[in-house]
Write a protein that binds this ligand. Structure first.
Ligand SMILES: Cc1ncc(COP(=O)(O)O)c(C=O)c1O
Length: 395
């Protein structure tokens, strides 16, 4: 027996969505069930780093599905071992725990830091996080987030996450005390509207005060900003890092990475039924081989600079604000609360854009997006902004 009368009603209504149903994706494009094509600059929320359904990922999944899907987390499997070793070899970290979502990886990072505090810092457990930060939607990661809209929700929150300000070392220092075990932040605050931490701020945090530096690279990692991991831009070695989104190229895979010194879980502290299953790890391996190639990283930087330049040109032409971000995680400040309307009109034109704030557009295309596709998106945005400007002048 069901009360759901229309197909949409059978899903919990957790966000406003257009009643369009997507059925196919390829590269930078999605198709709906009516055969209409959309140019996608959201890409699963900065997830599909090689675009929709890349053959290399489809092949890796199909091959692995024929061999072994889940032997149980009580046993090792070949793909988890190879992917963990590859991540360790390509980073400053020594050990990896695989998870299924960014929030779960961050939850693991919080637990690892608290365990470290219990073992080595006399029970210190507070983790300083930042206003505007976003770390996920589990209870602890919502509590760690500095998102205003979360504040009244699901009380009481998990305690132990005092909030400092981005790029303000003094605001971090004011919060450090005997209870502090770490500082956790995104190198670029994505959900808040693409606000980068300066390389200097990141460097200052590593040298400051003997607390663990926990970087949430769920949005910035896996080559999104032109380096495999964003921390490389600042030339630092964090203690703990989390990855999600791009690591699976579109499938649910995430990871918690730690230096030897901070890697202190004991048996029973951490786990999960699907954590490190070979199907997802095979996907992660296929993605990693592609996105870590020097030529690929260079193309992300080059295309990012091209997109940035084109957005700056639009900004000047339409009297808008700054372009922020790095690589292929960029935002355009519209200086007016018109972002939802721009997104709606672009959707009508068959272009998918994201508005993290009422006055901000965010661009997170596939990392292999073609320049012609960037140019098509820019043309569409130019047209939308021109029509809106004309409409404002008439009004
Ligand atoms: C920086 C950051 N951390 C954590 C998360 C949560 O990841 P997930 O949605 O996979 O749980 C997100 C998702 O947008 C994110 O951008």
């Amino acid at each position: 027996m069901t009360n759901a009368t229309k197909p949409f009603d059978a899903l919990m209504d957790i966000t406003a969505r257009p009643q369009t149903v997507f059925v196919r994706g390829e590269g930078s494009y999605l198709w709906d069930d009516g055969g209409r094509r959309y140019l996608d600059f959201i890409q699963g929320w900065a997830v599909n780093c090689l675009g929709h359904s890349p053959p290399v990922l489809a092949r890796a999944l199909a091959d692995q599905a024929k061999n072994l899907i889940t032997p149980s987390p009580a046993y090792y499997n070949d793909k988890a071992l190879v992917l963990a070793k590859a991540l360790v070899d390509k980073s400053c970290f020594d050990q990896v725990f695989f998870a299924n979502s960014g929030a779960e990886a961050n939850e693991g990072a919080i637990k690892l830091a608290r365990k470290y505090g219990a073992l080595h810092k006399d029970g210190a457990h507070e983790i300083i996080t930042l206003e505007g930060g976003f770390h996920g939607r589990t209870l602890a990661t919502m509590s760690a987030s500095g998102k205003k809209a979360f504040e009244p929700l699901f009380e009481p929150k998990v305690s132990g996450f005092p909030k400092a300000q981005l790029n303000d070392l003094a605001s971090v220092e004011r919060l450090i005390n005997d209870r502090t075990v770490g500082v956790m932040l995104e190198p670029i605050q994505g959900e808040a509207g693409v606000w980068p931490a300066t390389d200097r701020f990141l460097r200052e945090l590593t040298t400051a005060h003997g607390v663990l530096l926990i970087l949430d690279e769920i949005q910035t990692g896996f080559s999104r900003t032109g380096k495999l991991f964003h921390y490389e831009h600042a030339g630092i070695t964090p203690d703990i890092m989390t990855l999600g989104k791009g690591i699976g190229g579109g499938v649910p895979l995430a990871a918690l990475l730690s230096t030897q010194a901070a890697s202190c879980f004991e048996h029973g502290d951490q786990g999960g039924t699907f954590c490190g299953n070979p199907l997802m790890c095979a996907a992660g391996l296929a993605v990693l081989l592609h996105v870590s190639a020097p030529a690929f990283l260079k193309s992300v930087t080059d295309t990012g600079l091209y997109l940035e330049g084109e957005l700056q040109r639009l900004s000047v032409r339409h009297g808008l604000g700054e372009v922020r971000g790095r690589g292929l995680l960029l935002a355009l400040d519209l200086k007016m609360p018109i972002a939802a309307s721009v997104v709606g009109q672009a959707f009508e034109q068959g272009v998918l854009l994201n508005a993290p704030k009422p006055d901000t557009l965010r661009f997170m295309p596939a990392l292999n997006v073609a320049r012609e596709e960037v140019a098509l998106m820019i043309d569409c945005l130019d047209g939308v902004l021109t029509r809106m400007g004309a409409a404002r002048r008439v009004a």
